[in-house]
Design a protein around this ligand. Structure first.
Ligand code: ATP
Ligand code: MG
Length: 577
């Protein structure tokens, strides 16, 4: 490809709306252009990268025994009613009507469609196991599309679905996908951590995410990953558990009494006022889960993990209540209280979920729904009713101890590039997708589903591989492997040698660009670094001595080679991708 023909416009500056490096660089280097919020054009350079990520994905999926198909992007409401998700899938599901007033949606994922495909196509256990996958655009009306391709509204996903006759089969299918995913990301130049995760709205039991760990400086990672350096424990914060260090949990008060605690609406103020540690306080937090109030109780030095709480009450949406909502509830219950002073007593009719940390509390301090007052020396049973639901709803913190081996946990931010779920019969039972088993009995398929964000993976590669000058693509997914740069296009020898190198590489099947533009060398070098070609062969003045300059983008290393050596080296590199 001649640079003069390549459809690419690099920009001098980063786009003003971009927060993270992959977004900034992909726009500035001419890979993507925003069409509208969360929706991007993938320009020719980007399309080449995406095609490579897809090719790697296809190869590994096929090797793992999966078969590619392509399902419709537009789906009828009726199917989503069968699975029960039409009501529960929130606003991310883009719903629309066709000309006959029939209700449809844009596919955010394809469990419903694939289950209907299996329902029609698979009748007997003899046809199992099957794993079907597609690579396709998805649409999710994300509440906060951001970070360019990392969280778009329209994005490309590889989604696969496995069908097995029993749980054991599912475990095998699942493991195959876990292995394939590891290889896919490795081949894309990405080291990933496989972490335990919450199965969320998609349902099911066991699930893992593949995380690209990011340095915190850039904040592109939207997930906190807790992991142990001494064993293989790793989990998303929405699923992580830990052992806590010893703490004082007995308040030591000799009797329960209500005392004045003016201006102590925060735990910090209360601790200061009473001169106590937060570990002897029972914290009460009001949440709104699927529009209903839920009171969460936890030891006050710890935070609630909202996904865990949401799962504990079986809700689809959760958020902390606002001050007016708290006051409204207080009034409804006949209390004169505000945020900071609420507590579990007198909250009959409201779902109360307590974290396990409350079980250690003795003679503790608790809000009693009276402004500027608390009870001290409270105990469960006598002063406060022990809640019926006691589960782990606690957010893990770094330094707490690994649940597997007891060593301190670490935390890092991660970008989720893929995830795998053991769905079980969640969709097949609801949608009556059954097969006849060896014993002649009709059973629902045991399913798994497996996603990879193709566009997100490409963006994650930029997050991991860049410097202040631009992108440093891993060779396997670079749009072109090498650029040949004649320093002075008016110099006949330079142009001749550059063209010869270019032609030789082309005929060897190497993906190569020649920067034939009549531009200053500095401009060409800047563009080469920005676009991120893994190699640059510069033909300049030293050609009179028989040498070109060979530069590797990832290391910055520059060496002198003869033109033939440079060609041979690139052909060698191309072979080893
Ligand atoms: P997230 O928690 O990041 O929203 P998810 O749990 O909704 O992800 P899945 O529904 O399992 O993700 O989708 C499978 C994969 O698709 C994800 O692992 C991710 O790589 C990708 N993906 C999901 N949402 C987006 C998005 N808005 N933009 C780009 N890629 C996405
Ligand atoms: Mg999502």
């Amino acid at each position: 490809m001649k640079m003069s023909n390549l459809f690419v416009q690099t920009l001098r500056d980063f786009p003003s709306d971009a927060e993270v490096m992959s977004h900034k660089l992909l726009v500035r280097a001419g890979y993507i252009r925003k069409l509208t919020n969360g929706i991007y054009n993938y320009l020719p350079l980007m399309q080449r990268v995406l095609t490579k990520v897809e090719k790697i994905t296809r190869e590994e999926m096929d090797k793992a025994g999966a078969q590619e198909l392509l399902m419709p992007f537009v789906q009828p409401e009726e199917l989503w009613r069968q699975s029960g998700r039409w009501e529960v899938y929130g606003k991310e599901l883009m719903r629309l009507k066709d000309r006959h007033d029939r209700s449809m949606c844009l596919g955010p994922t394809h469990e419903e469609v694939i289950t209907s495909v299996a329902r029609e196509g698979i009748k007997s256990y003899k046809q199992l196991p099957v794993n079907l996958y597609q690579i396709q655009s998805k649409f999710r009306d994300e509440i906060r599309p951001r970070f360019g391709l990392l969280r778009g509204r329209e994005f490309i996903m590889k989604d696969a679905y496995s069908f097995d006759a029993d749980e054991k089969g599912l475990e095998i299918s699942y493991q195959k996908m876990a292995d394939a995913y590891k290889k896919i990301f490795e081949r894309c130049g990405l080291e990933t951590k496989m972490v335990q995760s919450d199965s969320g709205a998609i349902g099911g039991n066991v699930s893992h995410e593949f995380m690209v760990i990011c340095d915190n400086e850039n904040n592109a990672g939207e997930n906190d990953v807790f992991y142990c350096e001494h064993c293989d424990y790793a989990a998303n914060s929405n699923h992580a558990i830990s052992n806590l260090p010893e703490a004082k949990t007995d308040g030591g008060y000799d009797k329960a009494e209500i005392i004045d605690t003016p201006d102590t609406a925060t735990i910090e103020d209360l601790c200061k006022f009473l001169n106590i540690p937060p570990t002897i306080i029972l914290k009460s937090l009001l949440y709104i889960a699927d529009k209903k109030p839920v009171l969460a109780l936890i030891r006050a030095d710890k935070e609630v993990e909202e996904t865990k709480l949401m799962n504990a009450v079986g809700a689809n949406e959760i958020r902390i209540a606002t001050s007016p909502e708290i006051e409204e509830l207080m009034t409804e219950k006949g209390f004169d209280s505000v945020k900071g002073f609420i507590g579990p007593n007198g909250m009959e009719g409201i779902k109360i979920v307590a974290d396990k940390t409350i079980l250690d509390l003795k003679n503790f301090v608790v809000g009693i729904n009276q402004k500027d007052k608390h009870m001290v020396g409270a105990n469960f049973g006598t002063d406060v009713k022990l809640p019926e639901i006691i589960e782990d709803i606690r957010l893990v913190e770094a330094g707490e101890f690994c649940p597997q081996c007891g060593m301190p946990l670490k935390v890092q931010r991660g970008i989720e590039v893929g995830n795998i779920f053991q769905l079980g019969t969640k969709y097949s039972s609801k949608m009556n997708a059954v097969f006849t088993d060896a014993d002649g009995v009709e059973k629902p398929f045991i399913m798994g589903c497996y996603g990879i964000g193709i566009t997100r993976t490409a963006a994650a590669a930029v997050e991991r591989h860049h410097d202040e000058y631009g992108i440093k693509w891993p060779k396997s997914i670079a749009p072109y492997l090498v650029t040949v740069v004649p320093v002075n296009t008016l110099d006949e020898t330079q142009m001749k040698i550059a063209n010869e190198i270019y032609e030789k590489l082309l005929s060897a099947g190497v993906e190569v660009v020649i920067d034939d533009r009549d531009e200053r060398a500095g401009v060409k070098f800047k563009d080469a670094d920005l676009i991120g070609f893994p190699f640059r062969i510069t033909v300049g003045k030293t050609i009179t001595e028989g040498f070109v300059e060979f530069k590797e983008r990832s290391t910055g290393e520059m060496i002198k080679l003869t033109p033939d050596e440079a060609v041979a080296k690139i052909i060698d590199e191309a072979k080893n991708i």
